[in-house]
Write a protein that binds this ligand. Structure first.
Ligand SMILES: Cc1cc2nc3c(=O)[nH]c(=O)nc-3n(C[C@H](O)[C@H](O)[C@H](O)COP(=O)(O)O)c2cc1C
Length: 398
């Protein structure tokens, strides 16, 4: 629960996208945050306070004049670690730009010292209007962060111009990055590799492995939320690119070695979570092989050793993290690889353990550091494993 103990004020203004803010409230609660929802009068026309009260387990505030409202704007402004406004209507943005404080939400935004994140959402013409643009610039020039709006369907129909509110997951990721600002990974270039590689047998068939890419994707997502400037070098997967992360797609182990070689000079941290194919067909066929040709014996040749290929390219101080997926005696093999490949940290797991390794959302790993420290982690969700790995990296970054 990365947000345990953090207090988030979620302001909701009167846009049609306020229905998506119910999901956002839920995401924030799931991450462990204490969430106080503040509705404008118009927002309460779209979503009943009861919905947010049920989702957050806390009373919803909407008027500066009501029972719990007395000085609530000051109380909430001081207590909040983060204020999110989603959706932020054109009207709300205009009021904040002018410094108006004519209701609970605008008053607390004026009093807030915590970071503020707004998610504008409106009709595309309203968004493109120079008055709205100028109001938004006024907000961002005063340090208010903004996410979206995006191009996509609006309530009134499809649009090819921005106006649609960012999805709750995207807003939650930006919020996480704001909450963790200033940590050891802030501004650091983090390169993560993920997924399997694929080697062609013929134009339609490949040799690959069971890696889903989930571990690397969760690492890239978590590193971005910690302020990193993240590049994800990904083999073929069906996963959605994490928010904020630059994704470079590769296919073969040779592609992976090339992409890592290119990314390495700028990298402060390299995390090699990909599962590259160790062998490729020595003579891939230019045409589809047919069963009618009879029995087939394949000659395989070893692929590039990607980690070893980085040894001459590493700049001093790049923090190197490797993964060792073994089947038996994993820790001992991991220690050997840590030394052989001159790593700072190795993440070891056993592919035969239930719930660990490929194609599952969980993993059970042991972290072994160059300084000799070993941390045996319980079976955890891969995002929690990613956070534990990043904690270990952050604790050792110079
Ligand atoms: C059905 C409906 C949908 C609306 N959707 C939006 C919207 O997405 N974005 C927006 O800026 N205003 C929208 N409005 C207009 C706002 O509700 C109106 O400007 C209101 O004064 C906003 O008040 P508030 O910013 O205090 O919440 C909508 C109005 C209606 C009736």
């Amino acid at each position: 629960m990365p947000w345990t103990g953090r207090h988030v004020v979620l302001g909701v203004s009167g846009g049609i996208a306020s229905y998506k803010s119910c999901l956002l409230a839920r995401r924030l609660v799931e991450r462990g945050a204490r969430v106080d929802v503040v509705l404008t009068r118009a927002a309460a026309e779209f979503v009943r306070p009861l919905t947010f009260e049920a989702l957050t387990g806390r009373p919803v505030l909407s008027s500066i004049w009501e029972r719990d409202g007395a000085l609530a704007h000051v109380r909430l402004a001081h207590a909040a670690d983060l204020v999110i406004v989603a959706p932020a209507t054109a009207h709300l943005i205009a009021r904040v730009a002018q410094g108006l404080a004519d209701d609970l939400l605008t008053s607390l935004l004026l009093a807030a010292t915590a970071p503020v994140l707004i998610a504008p959402a409106m009709n595309d013409e309203m968004y493109a209007n120079p008055i709205t643009q100028s109001n938004l610039r006024a907000l961002t020039s005063r340090g208010i962060s903004s996410v979206g709006p995006e191009i996509g369907g609006l309530a009134e129909g499809p649009s090819e111009r921005p106006g649609r509110m960012s999805e709750p997951e995207t807003i939650a990721a930006h919020a996480a990055r704001l909450l963790r600002r200033g940590g050891p990974l802030a501004g650091k270039r983090v390169v993560v590799t993920a997924g399997p590689t694929r080697e062609s047998l013929d134009p339609v068939r490949v040799i690959t492995n069971r890696s889903s890419g989930r571990m690397g994707y969760r690492l890239a997502e978590a590193a971005w939320e910690r302020g990193g400037d993240v590049v994800l070098i990904s083999g073929p997967t069906s996963l959605v690119a994490p928010v904020g992360v630059a994704v470079r797609r590769i296919e073969t182990t040779a592609d992976l070695a090339r992409a890592v070689g290119e990314a390495l000079p700028a990298a402060d941290v390299l995390v090699m979570a990909a599962a590259p194919a160790d062998y490729r067909p020595a003579e891939p066929s230019a045409t589809k092989r047919s069963r009618g040709d009879g029995a087939l014996t394949l000659a395989l040749e070893p692929t590039e050793d990607v980690l070893a290929s980085t040894l001459p390219l590493r700049k001093a101080g790049t923090f190197m993290v490797g993964f060792a997926l073994e089947t038996g005696d994993a820790a001992a093999r991991g220690r050997g690889k840590l030394a052989r490949k001159a790593l700072d940290l190795i993440v070891v797991n056993d592919a035969l353990e239930p719930g660990a390794g490929f194609e599952v959302d969980t993993n059970r790993v042991t972290l072994i550091a160059r300084d000799g420290a070993e941390q045996v982690l319980p079976l955890m969700d891969k995002r929690a494993v990613a956070d534990a790995i990043l904690d270990a990296i952050e604790a050792r970054l110079g």
